[in-house]
Every structure is written in structure tokens, then in C-alpha cells.
Ligand binder design. Sequence first.
Ligand code: ATP
Ligand code: MG
Length: 259
Amino acid sequence: MKIITVANNKGGVGKTMQCYQLACHLAHKGHKVLAIDLDSQANLSSTFCVQIERTLIPEWLIGDVAFEDILVPSQGKGSLHQNISLIPASRHLANLSKLLIMSEGEIRKNAGRKERLLKKRLDLEIVRAKFEYIVIDTPPMLGDELIMSLVASNRILIPTQAQDYSIDGLEELMDTFEIIKETENPDLEFAIIPSMVNPRRKIEKQRMEELSQMFKITPAVRNLVQMQESISTKKPICAMGKKSNGHQDYEALWTYLEL
Ligand SMILES: Nc1ncnc2c1ncn2[C@@H]1O[C@H](COP(=O)(O)OP(=O)(O)OP(=O)(O)O)[C@@H](O)[C@H]1O
Ligand SMILES: [Mg+2]
């Protein structure tokens, strides 16, 4: 079982897009996929057509609710969705950090440190037997959700826009990555994915070059209307024609990442 987190503390860089397309791509290939929405905006949940009143993620993490009881099948149309289950979010997840502080004693008894909570909940035979891949969407901040996901994951995918502020923000995320790697998860790998790229803009091309001098970067995903349509019509890029630009960008990306 491989666990992949999509993260960037900067907002609106295409995290949820990447998560949705990756989960659908893996499911389309026949893999059993669990998508976890750790963002209180619940964008990933709604893209899988799942809306819930109140998420039970905090209770599940603390240990009061069982894994089977928070799983929801994807409600998306098309046969690939039969391979996707979801742990959905709701606005209530914004209270996660507060709830974790309130349950500190219980957490210490059961999992040791709160950073390890998600790893502990996923590192179970019942999870491994059901899923080959877990894809996690995270909120745009360096909070408990992101830290927990990094501790639990094999890989972190970092969509990044080729703009000044995005590149500046990356340093903070990479510092966190290094700390987690040194202290909790030595095998954690990362990949920086240029996201929503407009290759015709000179300034973006220049920023991409700067980015590639700082880090090894993957093939880019372009800024395409088709991507927005994919989300609004809830039709993943892998279900679109092979000749489409979006399909080609994602195929190149998944091939590069060996996914
Ligand atoms: N490659 C792309 N081309 C065009 N539009 C895109 C692309 N990727 C994402 N978008 C659009 O950009 C917006 C932000 O994307 P998305 O919601 O995936 O970002 P995010 O990083 O998850 O945001 P947040 O930090 O708020 O969770 C959405 O409207 C999405 O449809
Ligand atoms: Mg998002």
C-alpha cells in the first residue's frame, strides 16, 4: 500500500485538482483507492459528489470511531468510481487542532504523539487489505493535518505555481519536509510539480527555470480551461480523449512519477 499526500501551504495552487486526477487515474488503472479529504473546505469530497453534515475524522483519529464507519463510496459517475472510497471532510474539520489539544491525554496513551495519529490509523491490516493506494488532500497551511499526513506517507506531491510568492512559500514547506524526514519518516520522498503553467508567458518560463535550478521538478501541468471543466463536470481527465492537452500533461506526469 502506497500513501501519497498532495500538499502546499500556499492556497489555490492545484492540490485538490491533483488529488482528484491522481485518485481517478489510479482507479482507472484498476487499483483500489482511498481518498482522504483533510481540508475543511471539503473540495475533494464535493468533487466526488459527497457532501456530509459533519465529518467524523477527529473522532476517528482520536480512536472513538472505527475505520469502516467513516468510509463513504465515491458518488461520481462512471465505472472507475467503483474503485474509490472516500473519507470525507466538512467545515467542522477546522476545529481539528483544538479537538486534538482537548484530547491530548487520550492521544498520548494510545498513539504517543499526535503527529503519529494518522499513521497509526492507516497502518492496519484492515486498511492494507482493502486499498492499494491512499491519496490525501491537505489544507493550505502548515498545520496538524499536513504534519500528520507527512508522517504517514511514502510520498509528498507539491504542486507549485511558477510565481514569486509560491516559490518563496516552498522553502517553509521544504523545511518541514526535512524535519519530518529526519525525525519521523526517513523514507519520505517529494516531487515538485509545476502547476497551472502558462508556458507562453515569459515571466513564468523564467520562474520555472529558477525553480528547476533549486529543485528537481516533474513535467508541468498547464493552465487549461479543460481542467476547470473536469472539476465542474466531475469528469476526470483520464476519462477524456487521449489527444486532449490535459490528458497528455497528466499522462506525462504519472509516467514520470511511475504511478
Ligand atoms: N491545471 C489547471 N488549469 C486550469 N485551472 C486549474 C488547474 N489546476 C487547478 N485549476 C483551478 O484552479 C483553482 C484552484 O485549484 P485547487 O482547488 O485544486 O487548488 P488548491 O491548492 O486545492 O486550493 P486550496 O489551497 O484552496 O485548497 C480551481 O478553480 C481549479 O479548478
Ligand atoms: Mg484544495
